[in-house]
Design a protein around this ligand. Structure first.
Ligand SMILES: Cc1cc2nc3c(=O)[nH]c(=O)nc-3n(C[C@H](O)[C@H](O)[C@H](O)COP(=O)(O)OP(=O)(O)OC[C@H]3O[C@@H](n4cnc5c(N)ncnc54)[C@H](O)[C@@H]3O)c2cc1C
Length: 597
């Protein structure tokens, strides 16, 4: 992989122009990474696809555990675990790539994500040396399965309010855990439980590593779910579950921090973890639209269908672009912390934390693209889209969970903006100076820089520059006008989050395509250019709508007029013939018979 030296901070994309050569694009994966991805794809083709009905029926309780063990034998469960603990010690972006491929495995992708992410990583990042030596080899090889017990019936988004208790025994050797956890993925066959509980009247949770054999663990039957029916999800009860004191993970009251930091990783992995699924759904839609004939022709000849196929591909391409851009930024931040002498695990956590906003963007964008793609997939299939005999019905049901777990998309939107403002207050991201400059620009005579439209993406980059001004204008004014009360104005925070997401998404696609052009030439990237242009055109409209809604909700009179004029100026873009570009993209997809990018 190309080594890139740069030092962009999380959230800085809003105030900085990024050079295309600075970002990582999926087309740059090495042969070794591609081989790993292929091994993973082969695993899906042989172990998952032929058994998908049986997995989802849950009639054979041994099936998923046996497939899980095979994934372990292939090394797929230890991608992020260092070799000294029995894993493969691969890079952050490689683990993203494997999550991406596994994303096509339906229910199993949740089983996989819960084990390798929230089940294993708390020990990897926060465990003592003894805990890591004892547990990680078992988890990395699939000898043991893990689950993560945070959510409770009355503590979901407000996870730190959990009531599960951990009480020290009189001899000081054990904690007795009592309480109820809900929606626990993999619970049905897990050997190890990461459990969050409160000690005495502590404000924050404490985490524990709990082995099933400690006793005192019972569970309800499998939940009857809308989708991902083949993944185990149960309520878990702890009744005087006796946990040795040495199984406390990290320090007392550090549990909530562990939960938050592990969820940051979970979020970006979920962002890549939807990609395999959306590519498969898009490819299936292309194939079906070619086979299905109405009015004497394939339905793929209709403009309405072509527009859908193209839009499915465009959003997939954009989500890929932003995910791997953020993944590599995280990887480089980790390397830079390590080079500065930071211990490796701490560097990993701090590296991800630095890009927590981008992690949230990856989760939100990915899960919403997934829902969009499966919805359009059902539509392309028509009545067959509604039939359990065809693959779209399952994809549609399975997709819906992604907007709910790993922090709902509402919580993630508010986290992003809250975090950005906090960092700006601390001076970690210099938002206020650029925001003041934009504010001054609002009342000055507009300057018209001439753009050399013969340069690829010169016009689009100018549009992006202005879109960033929308964020700075609305965000800056809202922060000044509302101060701390902005947290009570969730609608405005959601608007700001939407603006931020669309800027990052559109910019990531343009930069990826620009880099691709530098590697392969403009002709070879004609469809990627078209996809980036269509997405940007859509982003401009979405940003305009979100900006208008926010401005109208906290300004009045002249100030409102000035800001609305600014919004108009900053969202001005030449019209794009999206019809033509979508047709071009769809024609190529139809020719290739799949999602070909
Ligand atoms: C299939 C499945 C698997 C899961 N796996 C696991 C697992 O392995 N381990 C685990 O610990 N948990 C797991 N979960 C739980 C999951 O993380 C929670 O469901 C999720 O965090 C939301 O919590 P909740 O269901 O209590 O919803 P609530 O928190 O009750 O939210 C309901 C609605 O209110 C909104 N809302 C909540 N608070 C706010 C706020 N402050 N401001 C604005 N809106 C708000 C939410 O966005 C949502 O739209 C799983 C859930 C499911 C369905």
């Amino acid at each position: 992989m190309a080594t890139i030296t740069k030092s962009i901070k999380g959230g800085e994309f809003l105030i900085r122009e990024t050079d295309a050569q600075e970002i990582f694009i999926p087309e740059e994966f090495t042969e070794e990474q591609k081989m790993m991805a292929q091994a993973c794809q082969d695993f899906i083709d042989t172990e998952i696809t032929p058994n998908i009905e049986e997995i989802d029926s849950m009639k054979n309780p041994d099936l998923v555990p046996s497939i899980f063990k095979k994934a372990g034998e292939l090394g797929l469960l230890g991608i992020s675990v260092p070799e000294e603990y029995g894993g493969m010690g691969m890079s952050f972006n490689t683990s993203m790539l494997i999550a991406d491929i596994i994303g096509a495995a339906g229910s199993f992708s949740t089983t996989y994500g819960a084990h390798t992410g929230i089940g294993t990583l708390p020990i990897l990042y926060y465990g003592s040396e003894e805990q890591k030596k004892k547990y990680l080899p078992k988890l990395a090889t699939g000898e043991w399965a893990a689950c993560y017990c945070l959510t409770e019936p009355d503590a979901g988004s407000d996870a730190n309010s959990g009531k599960t208790k951990a009480e020290l025994t009189e001899d000081g050797k054990h904690y007795l855990i009592n309480g109820q956890k809900m929606w626990i993925s993999n619970a049905g066959f897990a050997d190890l439980f990461i459990v969050f509980a409160k000690i005495e009247d502590d404000k924050n949770l404490t985490a524990f590593i709990v082995e099933k054999t400690f006793g005192g663990i019972t569970m309800n039957e499998e939940e009857k779910k809308m989708g991902i029916k083949g993944s185990s999800t149960r309520q878990v009860f702890f009744n005087d579950c006796k946990v040795p004191v040495e199984n406390m993970l990290s320090d007392r009251q550090n549990g909530f921090k562990i939960a938050v930091n592990i969820l940051n990783i979970g979020r970006i992995k979920l962002g890549s973890g939807i990609l395999g699924g959306v590519r498969t759904v898009t490819s299936n839609a292309v194939k079906y639209s070619t086979e299905r004939k109405q009015f004497g022709v394939s339905i793929n000849t209709f403009g309405a269908i072509k527009a859908k196929l193209a839009e499915m591909a465009i959003r997939t391409y954009v989500s890929e672009s932003l995910c791997y851009r953020a993944g590599q930024d995280i990887e480089e931040q980790i390397n830079s912390f390590v080079a500065d002498g930071m211990e490796e695990n701490e560097a990993k956590l701090k590296g991800v934390e630095a890009f927590a906003m981008e992690c949230a963007i990856a989760k939100i964008h990915g899960s919403e693209v997934l829902d969009y793609v499966v919805d359009q997939g059902v539509q392309v299939y028509g009545g067959m889209g509604y039939s359990a005999e065809a693959p779209m019905e399952r994809a549609y049901r399975d997709a819906r969970i992604a907007r709910i777990y790993e922090g709902t998309n509402e919580i993630n939107r508010m986290l992003m903006i809250g975090m950005l403002l906090k960092r700006a207050m601390k001076g970690e991201v210099n938002l206020f100076e650029p925001a003041m400059a934009v504010s001054a620009e609002l009342t000055s005579v507009p300057s018209f820089e001439s753009i050399d439209t013969s340069v690829l993406f010169a016009a689009e980059k100018d549009v992006l520059k202005k879109l960033k001004k929308v964020f700075l204008m609305v965000g800056g004014k809202a922060a000044m006008a509302l101060q701390d009360k902005i947290e009570d104005e969730q609608e405005i925070m959601m608007n700001l989050a939407d603006v931020m997401i669309e800027i990052y998404a559109a910019e990531s696609a343009i930069l990826r395509t620009e880099k691709l052009v530098s590697l392969k030439g403009e002709a070879a990237a004609a469809n990627q250019i078209a996809m980036s242009q269509v997405y940007l055109a859509e982003a401009v409209d979405k940003i305009n709508a979100a900006g208008k809604e926010a401005i109208a909700s906290f300004t009045k009179g002249d100030e409102q007029k000035v800001m609305l004029m600014g919004l108009k100026r900053f969202t001005k873009a030449d019209p794009v013939n999206t019809k033509q570009l979508r047709r071009q993209i769809a024609d190529y997809m139809i020719e290739q018979g799949k999602y070909p990018f």
